[in-house]
Design a protein around this ligand. Structure first.
Ligand code: ATP
Length: 417
């Protein structure tokens, strides 16, 4: 009796209608050209687990870019070629498909990028990170649907285990450390015992990878539904020691959850989660973190502003007027304010930041610059200062109408020597 498992329908069921149509077209085209075509990696794992999948990873035995070019034309997708890697990406409405030529990878130096050469399906599966990601399903030539599972990924799915393919896997590519924790938490699996041992042993090698690669991994963590679980697990396994000074405590989970509610229905940007982990670092440690991850300027600003703001917040009196709250908060990025709202310990400070975000920051004086010029205020600093005072007055309930503001302006000017 054959042990062949047919899983193409299980994969198809987890795809959007557009992705399903694309895969059918790809299989037909590959067959017409006499090429092999496999769905490979995460899409097979997700199909076997009945989890929805957005992205298609496909591999063929030759000419991936040429096949991709034809498929982009047939499906009105946008083609991006990566000739250095012999791969191409086709972006369609609600998914993208990566098409690669089957390849073999060898690591000449641990932590360096691999040397790539054409290879067989088995070679291609053997270069992968975990058994659950080292499966393929044939879509061309017919008969389609056969599961190719030389590393026993299906058994590990059943046992809910993340298992590397060999003892040197994390040493070859330390980014797999973060990938392992990501899959473990996302899928509700656990690290297989030897895998956990090797991960603990080789995690310090994360220190050797470039800032860009490390940042990519950390950003992937931040895109998961509950990054806090991954960071806490990383702390427990000693992985977080490779990013010194990060702050994980019992409150972290709560702060992450609060931050998420502030961004619904979207997810918070990575900089928000990272700010929640760094807000009470000292400034040298924070600079070190930003440099290590080569954070882009905008993200670094959110981390720095949050850090600075958290130092200033204790100075905010419980009965501070709205104008005083606004003066303290108005030059701070909204993301940093949301982090501070999630991280602040004091209820009154949380309320004040919330009021600033919801109300105060939208308040403007009723008189505008032209009105003030017409009233004889000089352009430049005097005009700016008058607008600021009018805004403060409105925030603090000292003026409600244009007439109130005109009276205030008259008062300011009569007092000016
Ligand atoms: P996700 O659902 O996060 O997209 P995925 O499994 O599709 O999961 P990708 O990062 O898109 O993950 O990678 C696609 C496939 O490429 C993986 O399933 C895995 O087989 C392989 N892969 C990716 N990164 C590595 C790596 N660092 N080492 C070995 N194999 C990798």
């Amino acid at each position: 009796m054959s042990n062949t498992l047919i899983i193409n329908d299980a994969i198809m069921r987890m795809l959007s209608a557009a992705a399903r149509h694309f895969l059918k077209t790809a299989a037909k085209e590959a067959a017409a050209r006499g090429q092999e075509l496999y769905a490979i990696g995460g899409i097979v794992r997700d199909g076997l687990m009945s989890r929805p999948a957005n992205d298609l990873d496909l591999s063929t035995d030759r000419d991936a870019i040429d096949l991709a070019k034809k498929l982009a034309g047939l499906t009105a997708g946008k083609l991006t070629r990566h000739p250095r890697f012999g791969t191409a990406t086709i972006t369609c409405d609600d998914f993208h498909a990566d098409i690669a030529t089957l390849r073999r990878e060898t690591y000449e130096k641990p932590g360096a990028l691999p040397v790539v050469a054409p290879g067989s399906l088995k070679d291609d599966l053997n270069r992968r990170d975990f058994t659950v990601n080292a499966m393929a399903c044939r879509f061309a030539p017919e008969p389609a649907g056969e599961l190719v599972d030389p590393c026993h990924g299906q058994a590990d799915i059943a046992a809910r285990l993340i298992r590397v393919l060999h003892s040197g896997s994390f040493r070859d590519d330390p980014t797999r450390v973060w990938r392992a924790l990501r899959y473990e938490q996302r899928l509700g699996f656990r690290l297989e015992d030897a895998t956990e041992k090797w991960l603990r042993r080789d995690a310090p090698r994360l220190a050797d990878i470039s800032g860009e690669r490390l940042r990519y991994e950390i950003e992937c963590v931040c895109r998961e539904d509950r990054p806090e679980d991954i960071f806490r697990r990383a702390a427990a396994l000693g992985v977080l020691d490779t990013l010194p000074g990060l702050n994980i405590d019992d409150e972290t989970r709560l702060r992450f959850e609060t931050a998420r509610t502030l961004y619904l229905p979207k997810k918070p940007p990575a900089a928000v989660y990272l700010s929640l982990l760094t807000f009470n670092m000292n400034i040298e440690a924070l600079d070190g973190f930003i440099v290590r991850l080569r954070l882009p300027r905008k993200a670094a600003l959110v981390l720095r502003q949050t850090n600075g703001l958290m130092l200033k917040l204790p100075g905010l009196k419980e009965d501070a007027k709205p104008s005083a709250v606004t003066t303290l908060l108005q030059d701070t990025d909204v993301n940093a304010l949301r982090v501070a709202l999630a991280a602040a310990g004091s209820r009154s400070v949380k309320r004040q930041i919330g009021d600033y975000l919801d109300k105060y920051r939208h308040v403007r004086p009723l008189l505008n610059g032209d009105d003030l010029l017409a009233m004889g205020i000089a352009p430049g600093p005097a005009l700016r200062e008058t607008l600021r005072r009018l805004r403060s007055a409105r925030l603090d309930g000292l003026s409600r109408t244009k007439q109130d503001e005109m009276a205030l302006v008259a008062g300011y000017t009569s007092k000016t020597p």
